[in-house]
Write a protein that binds this ligand. Structure first.
Ligand code: HEC
Length: 110
């Protein structure tokens, strides 16, 4: 019990110590699940509705209704089609995969 408490104290001190003194304001992009959501917001939300991302675009199909799988999203984002531009070259393959995973996991979920 004592050990746990002091470990917590050390962690708190560590976090507090990292908090703010340096003048650097460039925080690195979080390498987490939120990446797909941010990428969707930046690249797709102007045209597509996806409630999980708070997106209400009306140009393309409503993704909550379409509920595309990751392969369909990947293909569409790479190739474009209809009025949708291709994102190949604008987004990396890894970013497109993040978006595809995010959309297929969240479409129709909220
Ligand atoms: C400029 C507006 C625009 C943007 C930006 C846009 N889309 Fe689209 N999207 C469309 C339109 C329009 C269609 C319908 C295309 C068609 O009729 O062939 C579409 C279709 C789709 C489809 C369905 C494809 C199918 O075969 O049913 C998916 C999935 C999709 N978009 C995902 C995305 C994702 C993910 C992004 C962000 C990387 C994105 N779109 C960005 C306009 C857009």
């Amino acid at each position: 019990m004592k050990l746990r408490l002091s470990l917590a104290a050390v962690l708190v001190a560590f976090v507090a110590g990292c908090g703010g003194s340096s003048g650097e304001s460039n925080t690195p992009a979080p390498a987490s699940d939120s990446g797909g959501k941010q990428l969707f917001t930046d690249n797709c939300s102007s045209c597509h509705t996806l409630a999980a991302a708070g997106a209400t675009g009306q140009v393309g199909p409503n993704l909550d209704q379409l509920r595309p799988g990751p392969d369909l999203v990947t293909r569409q984002v790479n190739s474009g089609g209809g009025a949708m531009p291709s994102f190949k070259g604008k987004l990396t393959d890894a970013q497109i995969k993040q978006i595809a995973d995010y959309v297929s996991a969240n479409a129709g979920k909220s």
